[in-house]
Each structure stands twice: as C-alpha cells, then as structure tokens.
Design a protein around this ligand. Structure first.
Ligand code: DPP
Ligand code: ZN
Length: 891
C-alpha cells in the first residue's frame, strides 16, 4: 500500500471551471454521465489523471468524439488521458451500484432512500473525476428517478427545474453558483418530511432553511431548526459571516459513517444529530445536536468558502470549525449570564471539551498513530479524521485566540478571508493571516515558534517551579517544556530532540487564605497573567507578594499540555475551595481524586485494603453544598475521573485494577456522603411537565442523576426504589435514562431486567432510542462477551448500520474495561474488526484502534492483544484502512 507524503504535493495541471452531471438513479444500477470542461494550466500538455473506484466505465468522449480504449489508460483506480489541446471537453458515462455499497462512501442506499458521502475520497465512487480538494468547479446536476419511490430529488445550490418524465420518472435540475471541490458534492433522493423557515440574514437577504427527515419524524426536527437559526445569527454576530445561499438544507440519514457532512447548501446528517424530542432524546443529545448543527453550518465559511489545498491540511477546516462550534456552544450556555456566572457556565463546556481531549487525543498522541495536527504522511486519509486533527487542532486555534485576544483573533480571521476567500489553501496560510495581526501588536515578534504546533506530534509536558523569596517578597515562576518523541518519531534513528513550542500559559496566584493576588505583568495588573513560553525554560518574577502564594496553573486550559508540579494535598484542597478560575478549580479537584484513585489502584495491585482520605470527602461535601456553584458545574466537579483517564496514568496500564479502584471510590463517596446525596437528590427533582433543554434545568437533571448514581453505588437502601420510580415516572428521556442507567450499572435485581424489557417494548420503533438501549447494556460494568453475543442475536441488531454497530460493539470494546480486557474480549474484538471490514472499512478501522496503546498494558493483556492484532493482520482481505492501523500498531 503506497504512502502519500505531504511534501509530494503537486498542483493539478488543469482547471475544471464547469461540471455538468446527469444521474439516472436506480438503487441497483445508477448511470452517471459527466461533462467536464478542462483548461490546461501551464503551456505543456500533461497527462490528465482521473480517479475512480468500483465503477463500470461505459464510454469516454473527447470534444464529442468517442475514444477508443487504446486512447486512454484504464487502471484499477485511475483513468489517464493524454490531451493535446489547451482546452477540451470530456464526456464520461459510467455505472455504479448503490445497493451493493455497504461502505457508505459515494452513492449508497439507506432504507428506501439514496444518499451520498464524498469526503474525503467518495466522489470517485460516483464518477471518474479529479477527486482532490484543490480542483474547484461550478456544478450543474440533473437527477432523474422513479417519481413514486423518490419524490424528492436534491442536490447542491438552487433548483432550476423540476419536471415529470414518461414511465413514471421525473427530473430535477440543480445549479450551485459557488465553485466547490468534489468532496462537497451531494445528492439525496427519496421521500421525506420537511420542516422549513425563511429567515432574514444580516444583509437583509431571505434564506430558506429546511430540515428533511423520515416521514413521521418531523415532530422531532424543531430543535435542529432552532439550532440552525441560532448558528446563523451567531456567525453573523461573532465573526461577521453571513450565509451566502438562498437555500440551506439539512437532511437526516439513518445510515451514516460520521456525525454529519457540510456539503455546500445540502448538509447530510446522521439522524442522531438531527432528531430530538423530550421523550426520546436526553439533554446531552440536545447539546450534541446544537454542536453538530453549528459545526456543519460554520463549515460553510471555514471549509467551503475557503477549503483545503490537500488532505494534509484537514485541520485547517476541522480544527478551526471545532473551535468555532465549541465557542458557539459555550456562548449558548452563558447566554443571559454575566460575570462569574457566565464564566462558570462557559467552564462547563471547557471542562467537557478538555475531558474529551484527554480521553481521546492524549492517548492517540502517545501511541502508534501519533501524528501532528497536519500529518506528514498517510496511507488512507479516512484514518486521519482523528481526535488530533479535530480536537488538538481546535486547541491550536484556541491558543492563537488566547495569544491574540478576541479582537486580534477576529482581525486575523477577517484577514484570512480577505486573502483566501474562494481558494484552497494551507494551514500555513491561516497562521500567516493571524501573524499579520500579531506582528502589528508585537513588533519584532512572529509566530515562527508557534508554527511548530503544526509539525510536532506528542503532548508536551510543562514543569512548573515556584520559588518564593521571603525577604524580597518576590515569587519566581519557572516553566520548562519537554516534548518527548512519540509514534514513528521513536523509530527514527537518531531520535532527534524536538525544538520548543510557543505555549501560552495562564497563571494566577492565591494567598494562603485563597484570595487572588493581583499580578503585574506586561505593565498591567491582573488576577490572571498569560506567560508566553517560547523557549525550553523561562522564569518570570512577580513582585510585592507578601507571603508564599499558591499557584493556579494553566487556567482555562490555555494550552494542550500536561503540567508537572510537586504540590501538597492541602494546596489542592485550597484551590478546590477558592480558585476563581472555574476550570482550574475543577482541575484541582480532579487531581485530588486522581491521586486517591492511583493510590487505590496500587493497593489493589498489592491486594491491600485502602480507604479514601477524609480530605477528599470533606472537599466533595463542601462543593456539593456550595450555594454559589451551578448544578451543571457541580456535576462536573463531583464526577470521578473516568476509568480511561485513570488507565492512561497507570504504568503499566492495568484495566482490572483501575476498574476496581473506581468502583471502590464511588462506593465510599456514596456511603460517606449518603445523606447529602439524598438531600440534593430530593432538592433537584423537578416538575418536568414543561421540559426544556436549557442549561439551568439540564444542569439540575444532571446533578439529580449523579446523586442517584452515588446512592446506587453505595448500595443505599432507598436507592433502588428511587431509581425504579424515577425510571417509570419520568416525563422526559434524561430522567428516564438516569433511572435506567442507575439500575443497569449498579443493580442485578429482577427490576433491572424488567426495566430493560419495558424500555425495549416502549421504544422499539425508534432506532435512536434502541441505540441507547444497546449502548447501556454494552457499557455496563458486568457486560461480558456472552452478553454482547446474545445481544447481537437480537432481531434489532445489525452490523451494517454504523449507529447500531457503535452502540453495541464499540461501546463494549471501548468502554467496558472489565468485560473487554479478557482473552475472550480481545478475540471478540478481532472477530468484529474483521467482520466489519468486509462491510465498511472506515468504521472497521475505528474499531481497530481500540487498543492502540497495547504495548503499555500489563504483560498479560499485552500478549493477548498482540495475538489478536496479528490475527487481524493476517486476514487475507483487509482494507487499506484497517491494514494501515494494524501495521502501525504492530511496528
Ligand atoms: N463531516 C465531517 C465534519 O464535519 C467531515 N468534514 O467534521
Ligand atoms: Zn468538520
């Protein structure tokens, strides 16, 4: 399998200003005829290379003349022509088979409908084409299909014509006025319900917004439409970016590999990120819909108007757009609030995003798939839609925002669009636009050191030393950074030391009573200062500090790094009570809990009994009753670090000990604070007839459910009756799932199975709810391979539907540490990777990454995972996707 390198980029030797496509749609066999008007870029005739995959070529015409097969070269996945003129028209006719396409890339069938997915390289499964993001064209698309089965025919842009044809077929013609790369092409055909609204844009233009879904599910699309309207307004207000379309469509698909896709004017969404009502969707689902609707909408500027030159630049659009959707969500949470309340509301989002980064990206950055946010090479680009490109990419954008400030960042964005609107560009172009603002404000400086974030993999560590001079009343803070070789960097010899990065490090100091100290820095006094670490080690001195202070570090998680500092538990307890930075405060509590858990993990490995420290219980109790904290924030601060985060911190990684430690701590906290959990549980039960997914009431529901879980973990005599009552009496899905998950996770009583059966009976018609039903059972602590195998025999299970495969197989393999980290668990995992790979390589490759970091596990686990990996590798028909993953893992 060839490796593609970033440095081998060559511009395409032809322009393709106009594309006309005609589709004779049929699930069994669709005929696609293209008319491509090429123009040579330089003065010499270069071969013209087109990509194609799983297509049957019917004919090729050059300027109206059919070409004989000798006139071109047809290989497995390329079609090469040898033009002799500076401009010419190609007409190609080919066939594809949507119903046979289980990869869900290209044109495929989902239920009784047809959808496309083209990013990254799916368009080549539709027709022969220069399928690369730097070839941008205006598309005119004619769709023909049976009118009864496919009453609605959609593509990008504006509808020009819709007419009936003989034989029960009809035709629609669409034209997209915006030039776009092939990965943003889309078509949809089928019978749909539509919810729509016309809104005025900032510039007083009318825009028609439409949400399409299965017939019968239209009552569940109001929230998505509301989110879309808010996205539109937010992008105008915060970034001055206005919708450039007359019509913006979102279509929900039941079978979809990703979350959603930002095709120009015709977004296609996984239905999980469109459909919601109070009876079927949890608060978390509502928030996720808001984030994904926002994300795809924001792509219209950051991704579509300015796109990527090549796929190595993927983070150009993804990191930036994730940053934008994170900010959108945070602004929605803080809406109507001000001051400390707004900061705490925004911190809830920040905490969730940082937790995701730590659970998904930090391990990736330390494992065999480690790559910079702008990868250097790949075998299969589908494998690089990673937490690093997305989440770390967003952190790298966020650091630029932190360094430049809101107005500077906005000026940089304006400059970026001024320079590059309508073009396919690189990550470096983005930084250069930001740098143009940075140098104006910081004469003599530049972002050269910052740019290294784009080319270095690995999570840097920053060691902090605090030295207090009692006589001079000064406090020196020394930061030293270290960025170890990871992934393939370790295999290179010699292993080269990595140069330092530009790390914005936000810091505050508290006095011994926990009061914030004003700090002087850069001629200003503030509670939080931003230290810009650009060398391996730097020291800053703060004056007029009367007593030795307690540092509050990496406030708001100002950089994606790991902080190393030696400190007393008493300092953490003080920060837990007083830190005015809500993120750092949460972090202090997490650190306290993590220390405790690691201590438990060690005692479990040594078969010792151990109790949790009273300092921790006291801290939690105080936080639980703190009247100044919102319920949503309390839920975060009183949640234990996840098993996965803890696992990453054990060496060697010992899943069994981690699971036991977590369980032990949950039980002890549950017991020690039982009356408190019970009080707060009662105080947070709402009268939820008028359900709203707003931050306040969803915060209350999340704390309510957390209390129930602790009570269940403690085996409190009231807990199970409360859970049962909560489950059956619930008037919304958040409460219902809270009750059910308490039973499923903590009980083995008959009520558990009764509730599960009841739930299935009630919801069997709703696939998204049944996904939750599978997921809950698959991630339950007691789940075993047997549990999963029997659930796979359930008539509602299918490996072909990605949501269903994820809800059962992925949940078990990725989240049920106790069940999967067994010899049978690993064997099951390998079987499923192989089975999925025959259907859907992209999904299989994700599952194949479940144990990327196998070499860091205890010897027993390590050998068993290696054997499973080898078995996958030896399978005779592996996709390029899975084969890249396993070969890197085994290197
Ligand atoms: N659909 C994916 C996303 O929006 C890929 N562009 O991130
Ligand atoms: Zn995206």
């Amino acid at each position: 399998i060839p490796t593609i390198s970033r440095h081998d980029y060559q511009p395409y030797p032809y322009r393709l200003p106009h594309v006309a496509l005609e589709f004779d749609l049929d699930p069994l066999q669709t005929r696609v005829s293209s008319r491509l008007e090429f123009e040579r870029v330089g003065n010499v005739n270069e071969p013209l290379l087109l990509n194609g995959q799983d297509l049957v070529l019917e004919s090729v015409m050059l300027d109206g003349q059919t070409l004989a097969p000798q006139a071109y070269r047809l290989q497995d996945e390329t079609l090469t022509l040898f033009p002799t003129k500076a401009s010419f028209t190609l007409q190609i006719t080919s066939l594809c088979k949507p119903a046979d396409n289980s990869s869900l890339m290209g044109l495929y069938v989902s239920g009784d409908k047809l959808f496309t997915q083209c990013e990254a390289e799916g368009f080549r499964r539709i027709t022969w084409f220069p399928d690369r993001p730097d070839v941008m064209s205006r598309y005119r698309v004619t769709l023909r299909a049976d009118r009864m089965h496919y009453p609605l025919l959609l593509s990008n842009g504006n509808l020009l014509e819709s007419v009936d044809l003989p034989d029960g077929r009809h035709q629609a013609v669409w034209e997209d006025p915006h030039p776009k790369p092939s990965y943003l092409f889309a078509l949809v055909a089928g019978d749909f319900a539509c919810r729509e609204q016309t809104v005025k844009t900032h510039g007083k233009r009318d825009a028609l917004l439409q949400i399409y879904s299965d017939r019968g599910s239209e009552p569940k699309t109001q929230w998505a439409l509301d989110c879309l309207i808010r996205s539109l307004q937010w992008d105008e207000q915060r970034f001055g970016l206005e919708l450039d379309l007359d019509r913006f469509m979102v279509v929900a698909a039941r079978d979809f590999n990703m979350g959603a896709m930002e095709n120009k004017g015709l977004n296609i969404f996984n239905s999980a990120y469109v459909l919601a009502d109070k009876d079927s969707a949890t608060d978390a689902a509502y928030r996720a819909i808001e984030a994904v609707i926002g994300h795809e909408y924001f792509h219209n500027w950051t991704g579509n108007r300015v796109t990527c030159r090549d796929w190595f630049q993927l983070s150009l659009k993804e990191g930036l757009t994730v940053f934008r959707d994170q900010e959108f969500s945070a602004d929605m949470l803080a809406h109507d609030l001000s001051g400390a309340e707004a900061a705490s509301a925004r911190a809830v989002k920040r905490i969730d995003d940082v937790s995701t980064l730590r659970i998904a990206q930090f391990p990736e950055d330390a494992g065999p798939m480690a790559h910079p946010i702008r990868p250097e090479s790949y075998q299969e680009i589908g494998n690089f839609y990673t937490a690093t490109v997305y989440e770390k990419g967003a952190e790298v954008i966020r650091m630029q925002h932190t360094i430049l400030g809101e107005t500077g960042f906005r000026a940089g964005i304006d400059e970026y669009f001024r320079r590059h609107d309508g073009a396919a560009v690189t990550c470096d172009d983005f930084v250069s636009a930001m740098e143009s603002v940075y140098v104006q404000r910081n004469p003599g400086k530049n972002l050269d050191v910052f740019r290294r974030w784009y080319s270095q993999a690995g999570t840097p560590r920053v060691k902090v030393d605090l030295a207090y001079d009692a006589e001079a009343h000064t406090c020196s803070i020394t930061l030293a950074q270290h960025n170890e070789a990871v992934g393939i960097e370790r295999l290179q010899s010699p292993v080269l030391p990595k140069p330092p990065l530009h790390i914005p490090f936000a810091l505050g100091l508290l006095d011994q009573q926990g009061k914030p100290l004003p700090l002087e820095h850069d001629g200003k006094a503030a509670e939080t200062v931003l230290l810009e670490l650009t060398e391996e080690r730097q020291t800053w001195v703060f004056e007029n500090i009367a007593h030795k202070p307690i540092p509050s570090l990496l406030r708001n998680f100002s950089a994606p790094v790991i902080v190393d500092i030696e400190r007393q538990e008493s300092e953490l307890i003080l920060l837990a009570q007083h830190d005015t930075d809500p993120f750092a405060r949460w972090e202090a509590v997490q650190e306290l809990a993590t220390r405790q858990l690691l201590c438990l993990t060690r005692s479990i490995s040594d078969e010792r009994q151990s109790d949790i420290a009273s300092g921790l219980t006291e801290t939690w109790k105080r936080l639980l009753h703190d009247p100044n904290l919102s319920a949503a924030y309390k839920t975060r601060i009183l949640s234990q670090p996840t098993e996965k985060e803890l696992l990453e911190k054990t060496s060697p990684m010992d899943p069994a000990a981690v699971v036991k430690a977590g369980k032990h701590m949950r039980e002890q906290l549950g017991r020690a604070l039982a009356p408190d959990w019970l009080d707060i549980y009662r105080a947070t039960s709402g009268n939820d007839d008028a359900y709203r997914p707003d931050p306040l009431s969803s915060g209350r529901r999340s704390l309510h459910n957390l209390c129930l879980h602790y009570l269940m973990a403690a085996g409190h005599p009231d807990a199970q009756p409360l859970a049962v009552a909560q489950y059956y009496d619930a008037t919304n899905m958040t409460d219902r799932m809270g009750g059910l998950s308490a039973l499923v996770h903590f009980s083995d009583s008959p009520q558990r199975q009764e509730a599960l059966n009841h739930f299935y009976e009630q919801w069997q018609q709703d696939p998204l709810v049944i996904d939750k039903w599978f997921a809950l059972q698959a991630s339950a602590p007691g789940a075993t391979v047997e549990t999963i195998k029997s659930l796979m025999l359930h008539p509602a299970f299918s490996l072909r539907n990605p949501n269903r495969a994820r809800s059962l197989i992925f949940q078990f393999c990725m989240n049920s540490l106790q069940g999967v980290h067994t010899p049978e668990g690993y064997a099951f995992w390998a079987d499923q990777v192989i089975a999925l790979d025959q259907l859907n390589p992209e999904i299989a490759a994700r599952l194949a990454r479940a144990f990327d970091n196998w070499a860091r596990y205890t010897a027993r686990n390590r050998e068993a995972i290696r054997a499973a990996l080898q078995r996958i590798q030896q399978h005779p028909t592996l996709s390029r996707n899975v084969s890249e993953i396993v070969s890197k893992a085994l290197k």
